[in-house]
Design a protein around this ligand. Structure first.
Ligand code: NAI
Length: 336
């Protein structure tokens, strides 16, 4: 089947190419992100492959449908960027990669935590300036700290295992508690309020939906410890960014590690080094020494990229052969 892959990067192309023949697909790699302006590039392709910052709203889906697209194969687990009821009404099937490496994401969340805690970016910058002073680099032991995990699915569970290894106390909030985490790791499920009040570190591993949009708002910050560290590798929209800035300014929050940002779509994964940053909110966030930002790279390991490519091509082949689509995303499973 002919597949148009949008928002493709040099780091993933060879992996897809190495699997192309095995799955009998014909791949066309496109660099632009999918949006209202670029959707017409998919005309004549029965399948489109999209990533997290591609836009799959009603207008884009209608254009894809007009061009003959029957299948959207997401190279992501999250599907908050797809208007599923519209896709369903247009008869477009949507499939995703539900799990490609929960380890990749959880380990990146831990990397953010440790880099902030032990002030690694500041330390490295200093060393390059031949400043070997230790002033201002004091961190804290992870051992004995309380970490609140919001969302204990695939990634949140891996997170709990890693943090257990550090000797942390683990609080969790999830509408569907996992009893194996309670038995195996001593995770304690509590209310959100209790988690906010007692956690030294809070880490977000839940999907973005209309009900979780801005879950972390001014009210949430007001309940957290003033020294708390907030880690977000989930989705940017889980945090009200303006409220985060206010909390950091008023020293109501200790620090933040962000792999996602609610307005990342036109910024992340692009090289803007010869341009100007027009987003004043992100610019303000970048001025805080206690904020560490990465550009949605938590998934970026060799293992995850291989699994994403393999599952994506398998999804397309199963669709083509009329087989059962275990990774289909249904409109009723949509957010909310
Ligand atoms: P999952 O579906 O295995 O787990 C999500 C968990 O969140 C479930 O246990 C669910 O019950 C829980 N949940 C749902 N609503 C909640 C709420 N209101 N409060 C608390 N918990 C709630 O998903 P997985 O694989 O663990 O991924 C989690 C999220 O991580 C994804 O939705 C995606 O947005 C994000 N992600 C980010 C990546 C990155 O590169 N930064 C890569 C992959 C995923």
């Amino acid at each position: 089947m002919k597949i148009a892959l949008f928002d493709t990067h040099r780091f993933e192309r060879p992996i897809f190419e190495s699997l192309e023949a095995r799955f009998g697909q014909e791949l066309t790699f496109l660099e632009p992100k999918l949006n209202e302006e670029t959707a017409k590039l998919a005309a004549g392709f029965p399948a489109v492959c999209a990533f997290v910052n591609d836009r799959l709203n009603a207008a884009v889906l209608s254009e894809l449908h007009a061009g003959g697209v029957k299948l959207i194969a997401l190279r992501s687990a999250g599907y908050n960027h797809v208007d599923l009821p519209v896709a369903s009404a247009l008869g477009i099937t949507v499939v995703r990669v539900p799990a490609y490496s929960p380890y990749a994401v959880a380990e990146h969340a831990v990397a953010l935590m440790m880099a902030i805690n032990r002030k690694l970016c500041r330390a490295s910058a200093r060393i390059h300036d031949l400043n070997f002073s230790l002033e201002g680099l004091v961190g804290f032991d992870m051992h004995g700290k309380t970490v609140g995990i919001i969302g204990t699915g695939k990634i949140g569970s891996v997170m709990a295992s890693i943090l257990k290894g550090f000797g942390c106390e683990i609080l969790a909030y999830d509408p569907f508690p996992d009893s194996t985490l309670v038995a195996r790791l001593g995770v304690r499920y509590v209310s959100l309020e209790e988690l906010y009040r007692n956690s030294d570190i809070i880490t977000l591993h839940l999907p973005l939906s209309p009900t979780t949009q801005h879950l972390i708002d001014a009210n949430a910050f007001s309940q957290m410890k003033k020294t708390a560290m907030l880690i977000n590798t989930g989705r940017g929209g889980l945090i009200d960014t303006q409220a985060l800035i206010n909390a950091l300014k008023c020293q109501e929050l200790g620090s933040a590690g962000l792999d996602v940002y609610e307005e990342e779509e036109t910024i992340f994964s692009r090289d803007l080094s010869e341009s100007v940053l027009k987003d004043d909110v992100l610019a303000r966030l970048m001025t805080f020494p206690n904020v560490l930002i990465t550009a949605h790279q938590a998934f970026l390991t060799h293992e995850a990229l291989h699994n994403i490519a393999e599952t994506t091509l398998e999804n397309v082949r199963n669709f083509e052969q009329g087989q059962d689509l275990k990774n289909e995303v249904h409109a009723r499973g949509a957010i909310g």
